[in-house]
Design a protein around this ligand. Structure first.
Ligand SMILES: Cc1cc2nc3c(=O)[nH]c(=O)nc-3n(C[C@H](O)[C@H](O)[C@H](O)COP(=O)(O)OP(=O)(O)OC[C@H]3O[C@@H](n4cnc5c(N)ncnc54)[C@H](O)[C@@H]3O)c2cc1C
Length: 445
């Protein structure tokens, strides 16, 4: 049973920088904009409510002003934020379903739109290696989020490893909160990073931010071309083994913050039938997807950072609101940030060695406890899922999906609703239709 949907002229999913920018530019007195987000407040990953991110600390005044100004403009835009709503399904054409926690328990709501803007952001990529599931080994952004939530790292020795600019941002953030950063291991070789670093001259704000991070972390070894191969833990403590392919060194530590760049959150776009190329949502110069009336902005169209998310959001909002005349001035900025994103992804692309770090007994799917040996010999992601349940646990392949792609080259070709696990009680006792819809088996490939 689909409850009567609440209608928006422009509906935005995701209240990170891209979604906020989209809502601000779409909302006018005549255009009703609703913004859905599964968090309790707007801000997305970088502007989590009330919590300063490292980027802001790198250049506190400029970044705080920017965040504060976006928050103010968002509040005053007339767009209505509906927090705590996780979009889980698209049960009918131009209708999406959310689950929201209320004091009476989880319940569902439906929304319809004239124009829909998807701004669902990205998540960290994890690659399995021996010991990566041990307590104390966390995602780099995940550890940062824990500290923002009050987890104390004061005096703790942290090794930060993996790839991407997030490693440096997280290291600086943890250091500011009292952690001792033992080292940062960046898997990308110097030759691969150089064109990206050279290109920063055309992005002075990003260059300045990089210099600030560099100064803050001047005493921390930044090991370019090094990656983690194992974490070991016993009564005497934890150590992480790093290698550069020729030499190996063991770093004693209390925590390992590990992430291999980002993966776009594209499940909803996929469910809605948007076309993809190279794993990201295909959009035109107005951020319009292949599905009429559906726009996409920010990380699902390619990992490119905050400035890209903001300009793409602004364009999507204006286009969705029919304000095409204002778009011309934004095209150059969009192109520039797109080029930055391409250089970024090239610089931090994975070396082959980090895609094959698993030992036979290394867990690949944490939810279903499936190790590497059990996945070997299968021909596809679907076959491996059917035989091992890999990717069928609560994270629904969000963590192991990118890992099996790196390990075996398997891609998930389709998604099945609900795209997030939902408690059955969200449907009430009598909603047999919805339950049947969601539990009917559908071919996945
Ligand atoms: C873990 C992590 C930490 C990061 N930390 C930093 C940092 O410190 N500094 C920095 O410069 N950059 C950081 N980034 C990168 C930064 O997020 C991007 O550069 C950029 O700001 C992305 O903006 P966005 O609006 O596209 O996405 P996001 O900021 O990710 O916003 C997307 C929003 O959509 C919501 N959402 C997604 N799916 C659904 C759904 N189905 N239903 C409802 N809501 C949904 C998410 O909860 C989120 O609030 C981080 C990224 C990650 C993944």
């Amino acid at each position: 049973m689909i409850l009567k949907p609440r209608h928006a002229d422009v509906l935005v999913v995701g209240a990170g920088p891209a979604g906020m920018a989209a809502a601000i530019s779409a909302a006018t007195r005549d255009i009703k904009v609703l913004v859905l987000d599964d968090n309790a407040a707007a801000g997305g990953q970088i502007w989590r409510k009330g919590l300063e991110v490292t980027a802001e600390r790198a250049n506190p005044q400029a970044q705080k002003t920017r965040q504060a100004s976006m928050r103010k403009r968002f509040r005053e835009s007339g767009a209505e934020l509906l927090p705590g709503r996780r979009v889980v399904d698209a049960p009918r054409a131009a209708i999406i379903r959310t689950v929201v926690d209320t004091s009476a328990g989880p319940t569902q709501e439906s929304f319809s739109w004239d124009r829909l803007i998807l701004a669902t952001g990205a998540r960290e990529r994890f690659l399995p290696f021996p010991g990566w599931t041990l307590p104390g080994v966390l995602g780099a952004g995940g550890l940062q989020a824990l500290v923002k939530g009050g987890y104390a790292v004061e005096g703790k020795r942290v090794v930060v490893a993996g790839t991407g600019p997030l490693l440096i941002a997280v290291a600086a953030y943890l250091q500011q909160h009292g952690a001792k950063i033992v080292s940062i291991a960046e898997q990308a070789p110097l030759g691969q990073l150089m064109p990206f670093l050279a290109g920063l001259w055309s992005h002075p704000a990003k260059l300045y931010q990089g210099i600030r991070y560099g100064a803050a972390l001047a005493r921390v070894p930044y090991r370019i071309g090094w990656w983690p191969v194992a974490v070991e833990k016993d009564a005497s403590g934890m150590l992480v083994r790093l290698t550069n392919g020729n030499r190996t060194l063991a770093e004693p530590c209390d925590l390992v913050a590990c992430g291999f760049h980002l993966v776009p959150n594209t499940e909803l776009a996929q469910l809605l039938g948007c076309k993809f190329s190279d794993g990201v949502v295909d959009v035109d110069e107005h951020q319009q997807t292949s599905v009429p009336g559906i726009f996409c902005a920010g990380e699902p169209t390619g990992i490119a950072g905050l400035d890209a998310a903001l300009v793409q959001g602004e364009i999507a909002g204006l286009a969705a609101a029919g304000q095409e005349r204002q778009l011309a001035g934004l095209a150059r900025k969009r192109t520039k940030e797109h080029a930055f994103g391409q250089r970024l992804n090239k610089a931090f692309r994975l070396r082959l060695e980090v895609c094959s770090l698993s030992a036979p007994d290394t867990i690949v799917c944490r939810c279903e406890d499936v190790n590497y040996a059990r996945l070997q010999g299968h021909a596809s992601w679907t076959e491996a899922k059917l035989q091992t349940r890999c990717g069928m646990g609560p994270c629904q392949g969000r963590i192991c999906g990118p890992a099996v792609q790196s390990l075996f080259g398997w891609r998930a070709n389709s998604v099945r609703p609900p795209i997030f696990p939902i408690p059955i009680s969200a449907f009430g006792n009598n909603d047999r239709d919805s339950l049947e819809e969601l539990t009917t088996f559908q071919e996945t490939e």
